[in-house]
Structures are given as structure tokens and as C-alpha cells.
Design a protein around this ligand. Sequence first.
Ligand SMILES: *Cc1c(COP(=O)(O)O)cnc(C)c1O
Length: 358
Amino acid sequence: MSGRLVLLVFFAIFIPMKTIDLRSDTVTRPSAAMRRAIANAEVGDDVFGDDPTVKELERYVAELLGKEAALFVPSGTMGNQICLKAHSRRGWEMLCDRECHVVNYEAAGPVVHSGLLINMLTTERGMITAEMVRANVRPKNVHCPETKLVELENTHNRHGGTVLPQDEILKVREVCDEFDLIFHLDGARIWNAHAATGIPLAELVAPFDSVSVCLSKGLGAPIGSITLGSAEFMEKCLRERKLFGGAMRQGGIIAAAGLYAVKNNIARLTDDHDNAKLIAEGLNRLETFSVDMSRVDTNLIIAHLNNDESSDTVAEKMQSVGVLAIPFGPTKIRFVTHLDVSRADCEEALERIGKVLN
Ligand SMILES: *Cc1c(COP(=O)(O)O)cnc(C)c1O
């Protein structure tokens, strides 16, 4: 064998296959340019209010989203929980979709932190309609809990990255005004709703009293979320952030990554959405999966399993060929596209999945 061939065989056998990680858009790592922004960040003590990079990030995102004020917090969970707590009194009731993140993935935060009673409504694609809100606001009398908050999630994670209908959100706002309800948005992936619809970010969040957005999902920052609302409300959130232990010192080190992310990584989200369609269509060609294409609005794909194999088994088989995705209950698997997987990676993932499952 020629030396070159030996080398080729050697590499084919011993070079590990590149892992294609489609578990979540949180797995992205800071790019070289983002790391430079982090390294060059001007910092100060943000608890004293003098970290210029944190201030710049808060100012930039508040303006981008058309809200009076913003507050940098360590995670989306903390962002949601701080907002809910700053809004509410123990024993108040919140209406939300049954599949929402604040109920399913935040360790019972709304009850533990805020003493909220949760009314989980069953919805089609994550949208609580104005009619549903109206039907679920309790009468004002001494026996009943006070219905005081409505929470929505856009895009909606467990419904498959679905974008909520903006015209209906505006109608919910009217009902909130009528019944004096507070309207909170879990906008962890609001960037994707914007990229999918072309509706300006400020217009998407305008109907809400408060919003929490993530920098560490599709935008690719390593850490960080932001809460937004009125200046008065952000003052309350500032106190809650301290209480939660989320006040940070030289926060500019991570805020710099967030600033880089919002300035550079929003427009490219449409690539992730195109890649998600590619994967969804590819999975639909396999016997194992069926994907409801009408739900592939953004970068999430929920694939239903057609046979009796458990999602754990299928995920393990895919893992054996270096493709990672998350079992989403016993009969579904979630795939997520993001800035660390290229179109070629997605094509490669489909090819490997096709081989190992058929
Ligand atoms: C990821 C996510 C959050 C926040 O998650 P953290 O991991 O705490 O940053 C909140 N809501 C939704 C819909 C999410 O997907």
C-alpha cells in the first residue's frame, strides 16, 4: 500500500466522527469573534451600577425591543421568575398554556417564589386566545382566587418552536386591559419569531407589560438573559434580582458576548429555520418519523415516532452515529438547529440517521 493510502485508511478508522449536536440551541459555543469581544470588554462593578458593557447591553436591547428599561440577568429561568415575582402577590392566579416553560421546566418556580396559583390551559399551538382568557378570569368575590396574570411563550418550545399569532396577542391585551390583568411574555426565542415573520421585535413585544429574552439560545451567547418593561417595573426587578442572588460584579465579561450576539446573530436565524425545514423533510422521508410540517415555523422540530421503539432507544441509535437529539417524552424526539450546525452538517445528520435506523 502506498503511504498515502495507509494514511487514508488510518484516518478513516481512527479519526472520530464529528458529533452533530441537535439537542438544543443552547449548546452553541462562543465564536472567535465573540471571544474577542469578551476579552476586550470594558468592565466595572455592576452591583454599584458602573459596568459600562452591562449598561450598554441593557440600553441596546431596551431600544431594540422598544421598552423603557432592561435588566441583565444570568438565565432565562431567573428572568421569568423575577418578572413574575415583581408583578405579583401570593395567592394570585396566573393563566398559562399547559406546555409552557415556566410551568414545566422552572422547578415549580411560580409557586415556590411567588405563591402563584397556576391555571394551565390546554391550547392548540401554545396560544391562549382572548376568548379563553375571558372564560377563565374568575368572578370577583371573596371565595375566588384573584386572576391577575396571563403568561405566553413566543416562540413556543414544547409546541415545536411555533410562532404565536400576533393579531390574537393584541386581542388578549384588550382582555387584559378590561380585567386589569398583567401580561408577561417568555420571549426566550422571540428572536426566532421575528426572523420567521419579519415583524419588528418591538412590535412583537409591545402588548406585554414584561418580557424575558434569552441571549444564550439561538443568538449563541454563552450566558445571559434580559428582562424588559417600564423603568418603574425594572426597579422592582433589580431588587428581586438581588434577592435571587443574580446581581453580578464584572458582568461586562458576559454582557459583551450578549452584545455581540444581538448585534450580529439575529438576521442569520433564518438559516437555522431553513435548516430545520431540511431536517424535518428529511425525517419525514424515513419510516421511523413523522413531522407535522405546519409546526416547523422556526428552528425546532418535534418528530413523532411511527413504530413501537421508545424515543430513548432511537436517540441512542442516533447517538451511536454521532447525531444528538433529545427524547421529548416516550414517543417524540426534538431536534434543534443553531449557529454551530451548517447546512452540510444537517444533510450529513440525515444521512447518518437514515443509515442507522433503516
Ligand atoms: C430556555 C428557555 C428558558 C430559559 O432557560 P434558561 O436555561 O434558564 O436560560 C425560558 N423559556 C423558554 C421557552 C426556553 O426555551
